[in-house]
Design a protein around this ligand. Structure first.
Ligand code: ADP
Ligand code: ASP
Ligand code: MG
Length: 416
């Protein structure tokens, strides 16, 4: 008997029929003698729908109130799943985040989990119940409901698994594992049986939304075995077959070293580029530009500063597209005159494409192969950033899918 956490995403919970299938799958695991905690997302489209209602009323809704609204989708899901399990004869109980004390900080719409009180859940499990806990939400010290950022149910599930010292966290979704790139963009993308923790961290941070990045961080910090697998198979397939399907995040160092240099291609449409022109080139200038941006709680990603000419330089960086207008406002109002910059220009139609692989450490020439491939497709590179195991480029969003396909082919990632 093991304690196992299941997470089901929006598509997996997308209709009452699908929820009944989730109940059958969960019951199968429970019948096999396991203790099961389930962390579902809101039904697909629901979080967008309810956030949309708030945005119909105000362009910049108060984040506390947004969390109040956005968290309700998950509350419907847990109740429906409990009812579906009870309907097939299982004892099940659902809880909202605050009821099992998923404590977070107060950063509304992007809160971080600080602690989880596992005692109540353990008592229910020991009494033979299946416990269902809302994904995506928590509660801060003052009792305000918070949410963990879009895609945050993955993080709830892995955090719950870590707090309960579960044997494994199974992330059920609408694809049957982690692929070399998004299979919806490249049809011959290949499923990976294992992916190293480091690679998964890079892929998630670079835009592969199959797992929210913080869930991967939790998996790493607690060494929680985490597997991504399909919720769309027949719920009654043999348990052993299901338990070994999908993609396991592995904590072994460099398991891919001998196999492939590149493991996957990630992309992120959610980028915007800002350039401050005619900046006086003197010490402290980067801080004077980016300090106010950070104070406005805007995350900066890629950064370049050009060679200065006659004491002036250009300073370019990227921010999430949703924060573009806010960042431009900060620069126009609090930075430009203060530092004596010429003007500020921006482009919110850019995308980032990255190649990722721990094998890169032991191979040279990956960057030049990447740049050659893009140049053969006449795709202009606007910015570059690298780490030991990834190379990212910023390009015009028009060419994003073309770039992903070309790179996927150039690095031989397609299925045989
Ligand atoms: P869920 O609602 O289950 O959380 P998401 O939509 O958040 O599901 O994540 C699953 C989706 O992630 C897939 O449908 C797929 O389009 C996308 N995706 C992006 N990159 C990858 C990748 N490398 N491997 C698998 N899926 C990917
Ligand atoms: N329902 C939330 C969202 O749509 C959380 C999740 O699905 O993981 O972002
Ligand atoms: Mg998701």
């Amino acid at each position: 008997m093991a304690l196992i956490v299941h997470k089901y995403g929006g598509t997996s919970m997308g209709s009452t029929e699908r929820i009944k299938n989730v109940a059958k799958r969960v019951a199968k695991w429970h019948d096999a003698g396991h203790q099961i905690v389930v962390v579902p997302s809101a039904m697909s489209g629901e979080t967008n729908r309810i956030i949309g209602l708030a945005k119909e009323i105000s362009a910049q809704p108060d984040p506390r109130e947004l969390d109040m609204i956005a968290s309700t989708g998950e509350q419907v899901s847990v109740g429906l799943l409990a009812i579906a399990l009870q309907a097939i004869g299982k004892q099940a109980v659902s809880y909202a985040g605050w009821q099992v004390a998923i404590k977070t900080d107060s950063a509304h719409t992007k809160a971080r989990i600080a602690s989880i009180d596992e005692a109540k859940v353990k008592a229910d499990l020991d009494a033979g119940k299946i416990v269902i806990i809302t994904g995506f939400q928590g509660v801060d010290e003052l009792g305000n409901i918070t949410t963990l950022g879009r895609g945050g149910s993955d993080t709830s599930a892995v955090a719950v698994a870590a707090a309960l010292k579960a044997q494994e966290c199974l992330i059920y979704t609408d694809v049957d594992g982690v692929y070399t790139t998004d299979p919806r963009v490249v049809s011959d993308a290949r499923r990976l049986n294992t992916v190293t923790f480091e690679e998964m961290l890079e892929m998630a941070s670079l835009g592969s939304k199959v797992l929210q990045i913080r869930s991967v961080e939790f998996a790493g910090n607690y060494r929680m075995p985490t597997r991504v697998l399909s919720s769309l198979t027949d719920p009654l397939i043999p348990l052993e077959e299901e338990a070994n399907s999908g993609t396991l995040i592995s904590f072994e160092e460099d398991t891919h070293m001998e196999q492939a240099t590149i493991t996957g291609i990630a992309f992120n449409r959610d980028e915007a580029k800002i350039t401050v022109l005619g900046v006086p080139d003197r010490p402290g200038i980067a801080y004077q530009i980016l300090g106010p941006v950070a104070d406005a709680n805007i995350e900066v990603d890629m950064i370049i500063q050009n060679q200065s000419v006659e004491g002036k330089t250009d300073f370019t960086f990227t921010v999430p597209r949703g924060e573009y207008t806010k960042a431009m406002d900060v620069l126009e109002n609090s930075v430009k005159a203060h530092i004596g910059a010429g003007s500020i220009v921006g482009d919110s139609k850019v995308s980032k494409v990255s190649v990722v692989g721990v094998g890169m450490r032991s191979h040279v020439g990956i960057a030049s192969q990447m740049f050659r491939t893009l140049s053969e497709e006449s795709i202009n590179i606007q910015m570059i950033s690298t780490s030991e195991i990834k190379i990212s480029v910023l390009i015009d969003e028009k060419y994003m899918e073309l770039a992903v396909r070309a790179l996927h082919k150039a690095f031989g990632l397609e299925s045989a």
